[in-house]
Ligand binder design. Structure first.
Ligand code: SF4
Ligand code: SF4
Length: 452
């Protein structure tokens, strides 16, 4: 079987991150295949659930993927405290007679960042703005492996597992068609509050939604693994609102940054050796408009391009409640707009304090004000079929897929709706509901349920 072709046809993309098309990632050769099941963001349950319930499927897919990339080392990385999941995986590995290591990680954030994971497992740092393949590794999320196993059986990516936590009666898993409105999922989740904000993803790197209209328009995608419901008055929601304005951030930084360096000393990218010193970016922020020389601009703000957006600096490190992450976002945009380039260190080496500088998850949870929701696990998985779905044609990094259907057509689950753009990075998009195509555009397709 042509593994890459099956994965490409099925529209598999990274299930745990930004949605990098998997057939492209697996086209290279690597010595080490790492399966990322660390799930380091607080309150997310999805990867644990998959490890417990689909261990044999995961092990089968690992064999196919490692043959594809020519890997002679296969590693599943997850937290050492996930005893049940580790046991399920060990049994599946033994049953298959497979050569797969279990790598037990500590309970810290961001253990699931692939560059941090590679550093811990291989002992080398990925180059700045590089990928694990640069040091001979391919990292796949455990959810991606489940989708690969389906693809090898001829089944495209049309359903998604995701967990719901926070202000709900109990955390739950859901398996729903791609394109399901998140409000449909919430309506089955036992919400305990009526006025709420919603995080799509994890509390550190997810997308915070506070506008009810935006929440009503949000749908489940191939990359959405978690919904977290917070009361509208929760501290995370309030501080998120405050961090949206750059001139306010500049004013706050100028008056409150005490140059303590905590944002730098605890920054995971700094610790693995990247040029990432947010305290210097913060020090120079106030004089941004006065710097006209490009070389000086890069010296002052160039580090920002190496920021991975993990949020430790603003949610955990800074004693003054400042937002180096948001400031880095601003300078990433400015550097792009100005057409400036920042040199890359291709051979970074980890700095002293790499281990001691890790952020313990439970302390992070406390800092985020999420302790009340921690330690409640999703054991039940619910499935349902929504009345309508809206399936976006861009659920991945790169170009949107190109629609191939017309409004009014009857479609079935698994039918191809939009083909990957052949002129760049892209991925196929399939129908997730039997029904009638009521609307289709370059953005996506709406389907209403109907017996076909
Ligand atoms: S968000 Fe902050 S801690 Fe994370 S990589 Fe960027 S600067 Fe470092
Ligand atoms: S941690 Fe906060 S106060 Fe300290 S240097 Fe960084 S931004 Fe400034």
């Amino acid at each position: 079987m042509d593994v890459l072709k099956a994965i490409q046809e099925a529209g598999v993309v990274g299930a745990g991150g930004a949605g990098f098309p998997t057939h492209v990632k697996l086209a290279g050769k690597a010595q080490t295949l790492i399966i990322n099941a660390a799930e380091c963001e607080p309150l997310i349950e999805t990867d644990k659930y998959l490890c417990r319930t689909q261990a044999e499927t995961i092990v089968t897919a690992i064999s196919a993927v490692s043959d594809q990339i020519g890997a002679d080392r296969r590693v599943i990385a997850l937290k050492g405290k996930y005893h049940t999941e580790i046991e399920a995986l060990r049994q599946a590995i033994a049953k298959a007679g497979a050569q797969i290591e279990i790598f037990e990680m500590g309970t810290y954030y961001p253990a699931g960042d692939e560059q941090i994971m590679v550093q811990q497992i291989l002992g080398v740092s990925v180059p700045e703005r590089g990928i694990p393949l640069d040091v001979g590794a391919v990292v796949n999320n455990v959810g991606t492996l489940v989708n690969i196993a389906d693809a090898l059986r001829g089944r495209p990516v049309i359903d998604k597992y995701l967990s719901v936590a926070g202000e709900v009666d109990k955390p739950l898993m859901f398996k729903v068609p791609i394109g399901t409105p998140v409000t449909d999922v919430l309506s089955q989740s036992g919400l305990r509050v009526s006025d709420y904000a919603l995080i799509l993803g994890g509390p550190m790197m997810g997308l915070m939604m506070v506008d009810p209209q935006k929440i009503a328009g949000a749908v489940v995608t191939k990359t959405l693994g978690s919904l977290i419901v917070l009361p509208a008055g929760h501290t995370m929601v309030q501080t998120w609102r405050m961090r949206q304005n750059v001139s306010r951030l500049r004013h706050q930084t100028k008056s409150a940054c005490i140059q303590c360096r905590m944002c730098t000393d605890l920054c995971p990218r700094y610790l693995i050796g990247h040029q990432m010193r947010p305290h210097l970016v913060m020090r120079n922020f106030w004089r941004e408009d006065a710097i006209t020389d490009p070389a000086e601009y890069i010296r002052a703000f160039g580090d920002a391009v190496n920021c991975c957006d993990c949020g430790i600096c603003e949610e955990f490190a800074c004693p003054m409640g400042l937002s180096p992450r948001k400031v880095n976002d601003h300078f990433k945009q400015m550097i792009r707009q100005k057409g400036l380039t920042v040199e890359r260190n291709l051979k970074p080496t980890a700095r002293p304090g790499l281990t001691e500088g890790r952020t313990p998850t439970l302390r992070l949870v406390a800092r985020l004000g999420l302790t009340a929701y921690e330690g409640r696990h999703a054991t039940e998985c619910r499935e349902f079929t929504p009345d309508t779905v809206f399936i976006p044609f861009r659920q991945h990094i790169g170009k949107p897929a190109i629609p191939i259907r017309q409004a009014g057509e009857l479609v079935r689950r698994g039918d191809l709706l939009a083909r990957a753009d052949p002129d760049g990075l892209s991925a196929n998009i399939h129908c997730s509901l039997d029904g009638i195509l009521t609307e289709i555009s370059a953005t996506g397709a709406r389907i209403s349920r109907k017996e076909v």
